[in-house]
Every structure is written in structure tokens, then in C-alpha cells.
Design a protein around this ligand. Structure first.
Ligand SMILES: N[C@@H](CCC(=O)N[C@@H](CS)C(=O)NCC(=O)O)C(=O)O
Length: 172
């Protein structure tokens, strides 16, 4: 299996955490999606990371879809509970965490523009989403059911750094 990604993407991190925790062997292909010469679009039409190449006939993209595919391998630990309703609750928190990262990414992209082209109001709008999202995540963490609970969940793969020390990328 090959994981196409880069070291700064939280969505790639989600999949790296799952692969490492499940002990699934994979090769990491470090590709930035942002450059004109990027080869990411050769792997996925949307040109975004992560993409997971299973073989020459099977490629999955979008971190939520890849996560669902990895769960189908039935390799421990499971990142989703068995009960479908519980699964939805975890997927909702995953969506919340993804959305916070999406907003962060939009702010970064805005800041990369020429200052005259940057939209302060758009950045404030995104910051509000991040603030509300983090408040909701904190409340879920305090509840301790799917975040900070007894079992590892998909909802934790983007934010809970201390549990996943061995998935840290190299310093350089
Ligand atoms: N919802 C997607 C988001 C993926 C995403 O936005 N990845 C960023 C890197 S963090 C990317 O590749 N962006 C390239 C682009 O937008 O062209 C997922 O969960 O995989």
C-alpha cells in the first residue's frame, strides 16, 4: 500500500495514525499537492492528499473514505465502535475535527496571498468556525465518551497528539 501525502496535512496524519496503529505496512510518498508540478493529480482527480493506493487498479481518496476502507480490513484496533448509531456519533466528531482543519487551511491559503488581496472578513469568519469547533471538541473531550475515552476512535486521530507519539514525522 502507498500513502500519498505530505507531513503538514492533518488529513494525511489521520490516515498515518490509523495505518501505524493497525500495523498495516505502507510506503509513504511525500508529495505536495500545492505546486503546479505536483503529481498528486496523477493519483486522484481532485489533486488533494491523502490518497491511498492499494494496487494499480485500486486507489482511495478523501481521508474519511480511506478511513472507512481501512476499517473494512478488520485489523485491530478498530477506530469506530460496532453500533451504527455510535459510529455516527464518532463520524460527527471526525467531521467537526475535519471542518476545523478546513477552516485553518483556508486561513493559511488567505495569508499566502498578496496582503492587498487578503480578506480580513473571510479570515475572521473562518476563525469563528475554529473557535466554535474547538469549544464543541472540548465539550466532547470533557464528556470522555469518544474523545479521551477508554478506546481509540477516529475522532481522535487529528488532534490527540500525545497518544500517537510514534507517528510524528521526522524533524527535517
Ligand atoms: N476532505 C479532504 C480534505 C483534503 C485536503 O484538503 N487536503 C489538502 C492538504 S491538507 C490538499 O491536498 N489541498 C490541495 C488542494 O486543495 O488543491 C480529506 O479529508 O481528505
Amino acid at each position: 500500500m502507498k500513502l500519498i501525502g505530505n507531513y503538514t496535512s492533518p488529513f494525511v496524519r489521520k490516515i498515518s495514525v490509523m495505518l501505524l496503529e493497525k500495523g498495516i505496512t505502507f510506503e509513504f510518498i511525500n508529495e505536495s499537492p500545492w505546486h503546479d508540478s505536483s503529481r498528486v493529480k496523477d493519483y486522484t482527480p481532485l489533486g488533494k492528499v491523502p490518497a491511498l493506493i492499494v494496487d494499480e487498479h485500486e486507489t482511495w481518496y478523501n481521508s474519511s473514505i480511506i478511513a472507512a476502507f481501512l476499517e473494512l480490513q478488520h485489523q485491530a484496533p478498530a477506530f469506530l465502535p460496532v453500533d451504527p448509531r455510535d459510529q455516527l456519533e464518532v463520524r460527527l466528531l471526525e467531521t467537526l475535527a475535519d471542518g476545523i482543519c478546513d477552516s485553518g487551511l483556508l486561513i493559511v491559503r488567505e495569508l499566502q496571498k498578496d496582503p492587498a488581496q487578503q480578506s480580513e472578513s473571510e479570515m475572521l469568519r473562518q476563525r469563528d468556525k475554529i473557535r466554535r469547533g474547538l469549544d464543541a471538541l472540548e465539550a466532547a473531550a470533557a464528556e470522555g465518551k469518544w474523545l479521551n475515552g477508554p478506546d481509540i476512535t477516529l475522532a481522535e486521530t487529528l488532534f490527540k497528539r500525545d497518544s500517537f507519539a510514534r507517528t510524528e514525522p521526522p524533524a527535517n
